[in-house]
Design a protein around this ligand. Structure first.
Ligand SMILES: *Cc1c(COP(=O)(O)O)cnc(C)c1O
Length: 392
């Protein structure tokens, strides 16, 4: 049976990228590597919509989280983080591990953080050195109002606005300079259509000024040292060279599609997925859904994780289940990265079959697929085909 991956990370890797990564390993201290890496740096600045350097780190997304903390904060600094999901909680736990004073703003799972709650936290902690928000909280499928929070932080000269955009960058329009973001992070295995193993971070001038005085212990993850080297198309240590070859190709694919088309595709797939599951009588878990992943409450009559496990064992489809507070209760269908309209039809059709097998029958067969396909019709237009070289 054909294997299908519809998890919010890792996500599927296009054939073009897999082929690029199958090349023999290059040595990284060579002009050939430097030429590729320079193109990647230019492509990343385009994708991040920034004039700043976008640094490439060889680690998963959590490594870039550590790098940002270590390079920008000092022990004892106050950091405001948001609860309400696994990744928001990770930012809080990591702050404690590094000896920062973590002020954790409470937020029920499935809800977006209230901007007022963050405002209150900032007022009670006027010396806070950073606020950290997940643009897309992958564990709940919620989009947090990071733009409005950035508006509060912008006026505080000592406070940095850090945004975990690991499942948001490349999905919708984020621009650090326009949106007032000082630290913007993503990882390779989400919308960038790559295997796990690379993470990316860009800093504002305000954040770079902080990097000059921050005192946390650091060695491997030192953003100042990386910037100095990466401006010369080199990395401080041996990079994941195969992944950088893949990055070169995935950036090329994204440039062929174009930012606007890419954002519109994600919005369309997300909309169709949400409408499709609701047409089955199911309820969305996220009150403010992100366009990266759709989280759905399982009907209460089903066994824990019935949809997630049924898809895995009987349809060979990997989506995501719930974690921690919502384990067994929700399932999450991803649509970030290398997904198209028919992937959504496929996963909805399979979900209908699994629901029926599990005894949930209060929908007409095809109801979800039908509702989604009505929306996806907008995506079915003839486009000029590009060749591998980008020529029309
Ligand atoms: C995936 C993800 C991370 C990082 O996780 P890694 O497993 O270290 O790549 C962090 N934040 C969010 C919101 C994520 O989705």
């Amino acid at each position: 049976m054909k294997y299908r991956l519809l998890s919010p990370g890792p996500t599927p890797v296009p054939e073009r990228v897999l082929t690029a990564m199958a090349n023999p390993i290059w040595h990284h201290r060579t002009p050939a590597f430097e030429a590729t890496f320079q193109k990647c740096r230019e492509g990343l600045a385009w994708l991040f919509q920034t004039k700043q350097e976008v640094l490439t780190l060889s680690c998963s997304g959590t490594g870039a989280m550590e790098a940002a903390y270590q390079s920008l904060l000092s022990p004892g600094d106050t950091v405001i983080t948001i609860a309400g999901g696994k990744f928001g909680e990770r930012w809080g736990n990591m702050a404690k591990a590094f000896g920062y004073n973590a002020v954790i703003v409470d937020c029920p799972w499935g809800e977006a953080i209230s901007v007022d709650a963050v405002k209150t936290a900032l007022e009670s902690h006027p010396t806070a050195k950073a606020v950290v928000v997940c643009a897309s909280e992958t564990s709940t499928g919620v989009r947090h109002p990071y733009e409005a929070i950035a508006g509060l932080v912008k006026n505080l000269p000592e406070c940095l606005m850090m945004v975990d955009a690991i499942t948001a960058l490349g999905v919708w329009d984020i621009s650090p300079e326009r949106d007032g973001i000082d630290v913007l992070i993503t990882g390779s295995q989400k919308a960038l259509m790559l295997p796990p193993g690379l993470a990316f971070v860009t800093l504002s001038d305000k954040a770079w000024a902080r990097a000059d005085v921050a005192k946390s212990a650091r060695y491997y993850f030192d953003l100042k040292k990386e910037r100095k080297n990466q401006k010369l198309n080199q990395t401080s240590y041996t990079p994941a060279v195969s992944l950088i070859e893949g990055l070169f190709e995935s950036l090329k694919m994204m440039q062929e599609e174009g930012l606007e088309t890419m954002f519109a595709r994600h919005a369309r797939l997300a909309h169709a997925t949400r409408v499709g599951v609701q047409a089955l009588g199911l309820e969305l878990f996220a009150k403010a859904p992100a366009d990266s992943v759709t989280s759905v409450l399982q009907p209460a009559s089903l066994k824990p994780d019935a949809v997630y496990k049924g898809l895995m064992t009987r349809a060979n489809i990997t989506i995501a289940g719930g974690q921690d507070a919502v384990k067994g209760k929700i399932f999450r269908i991803a649509h970030l990265g290398y997904y198209d309209d028919l992937d959504i039809i496929t996963v909805l059709a399979a979900t209908e079959i699994i629901l029926r097998q599990e005894g949930y029958t209060s929908f007409t067969p095809g109801a979800g697929v039908g509702a989604a396909s009505a929306i996806l019709a907008a995506g079915f237009v003839a486009k000029p085909k590009k060749t591998m070289d980008g020529a029309a």
